[in-house]
Design a protein around this ligand. Structure first.
Ligand code: SF4
Length: 374
């Protein structure tokens, strides 16, 4: 059965695993939550040791032909846009490399004119000799289109469904190819068939009731663990942050609920990589690092060129998708607009120090290779 069919029948038919996950995310007393946190911590130590993989996003482009109501890069937002050329991408990557990163995530919006597949492959090829792990988070593609990017050196594919609710998905994605819900839903499997060996999925928290989203997410994880059994699977739980366009979350999730969710995921899927980005504040990140999170971004910028201020020569503004001269507004920085505001603004070195102080070893490159002593 395809995951599309499983999702469409989920209200009527849940596996035993998804049912027990549903029980774990139901309201809990303080004592019950503490017991979950202890179990989650023990399972994390058992499966991942005292390690925390650190990575950085590198935004290649904020051009986009989609209108996603919650995203700062949405086509109709009149923001400053740029696509970095390969030399500028290398400069950004060198900056990250000097900070210690050996794992990067290349991120781009969707625009067939600016973000071609050959361009993505060229960026990966230029960075591959310097990074132990390169993942991409770009528009979904057909299986065969991923192959040159993998051959260039990428090993990870990240694609968030945003929301697993078809009705909400249609309301949130008002224009562009991203409106195709099923094409996005199958993307991780296509990536696996092409040869990616790290797959990242997730749901954007704030578009519908988080409990409904994460039950679908758990069903998706169960499916991928079975189908894509040679891949390392990670999940991300991004809560909406302020961004251009001013979209406000429609539903909230408290810090306590996010903590419970991390524990529930760890208890249900002991080998799942759990990613936490700089969207979350320092205190919460520091405490979740001890409970179940296994991978963190650090020192992130969500604007292309944000690390080195590269790309300013080709900056332009778009108005309803049309390119116009930038004409900077009062006080506006001459830098491409970011996707969203980050919360944890500590440097990678500061975050590494905090992790060490808490008994965790920050791992800057692939932990498999580290464990093998390479
Ligand atoms: S979420 Fe992705 S596809 Fe949608 S507007 Fe933002 S960059 Fe484009």
């Amino acid at each position: 059965m395809s995951f599309v069919e499983i999702l469409d029948n989920l209200a009527l038919q849940k596996s035993n695993l998804v049912r027990s996950f549903e029980h774990l995310i139901a309201p809990k007393s303080g004592q019950e939550l503490e017991a979950m946190a202890r179990a989650s911590r023990a399972l994390t130590l058992q499966n991942f040791g005292r390690t925390m993989r650190l990575f950085a996003p590198l935004y290649l482009s904020n051009e986009c032909i989609n209108n996603c109501r919650y995203c700062g890069f949405s086509r109709d937002n009149p923001i400053l846009r740029v696509t970095l050329d390969v030399g500028e991408v290398i400069a950004e990557a060198q900056h990250l490399s000097h900070q210690g990163f050996r794992q990067i995530l290349l991120v781009a919006g969707e625009h067939p004119k600016f973000i071609r597949r050959a361009y993505l492959a060229e960026c990966v090829r230029a960075l591959a000799p310097h990074f132990a792990s390169i993942s991409i988070e770009v528009a979904p593609m057909e299986t065969q289109d991923y192959v040159p990017i993998i051959q260039a050196g990428a090993e990870g594919l990240v694609v968030y469904q945003e929301t697993y609710n078809r009705g909400v998905y249609a309301e949130m994605h008002t224009a562009g190819p991203k409106r195709d819900f099923n094409f996005r839903l199958d993307c991780a499997e296509r990536g696996y068939a092409a040869g990616f060996r790290r797959l990242g999925i997730g749901a954007l928290i704030g578009l519908s009731r988080w409990q409904d989203e994460v039950i679908a997410l758990a069903a998706h994880l169960e499916y991928l663990f079975r189908r894509c059994w040679q891949a390392q699977i990670t999940v991300s739980l991004p809560r909406l942050r302020p961004a251009a366009g001013g979209f406000q979350p429609l539903f909230s999730m408290s810090d306590r609920e996010l903590t419970q969710l991390v524990c529930a995921l760890r208890i249900t899927f002991p080998q799942l990589g759990i990613v936490l980005s700089t969207r979350e504040c320092e205190q919460l990140r520091d405490s979740l690092a001890l409970i179940g999170v296994t991978m963190m971004s650090a020192g992130s910028h969500t604007e292309p060129g944000g690390y080195t201020r590269r790309g300013r020569e080709h900056l332009h503004r778009t108005v309803r998708g049309r390119i116009v001269a930038p004409e900077y507004q009062d006080g506006e920085d001459e830098l491409a607009t970011g996707q969203f505001e980050i919360s944890d603004e500590r440097s990678p070195a500061e975050i590494a120090t905090v992790l060490r102080d808490r008994g965790l070893e920050p791992v800057w490159k692939d932990w498999d290779q580290v464990l093998c002593g390479s």
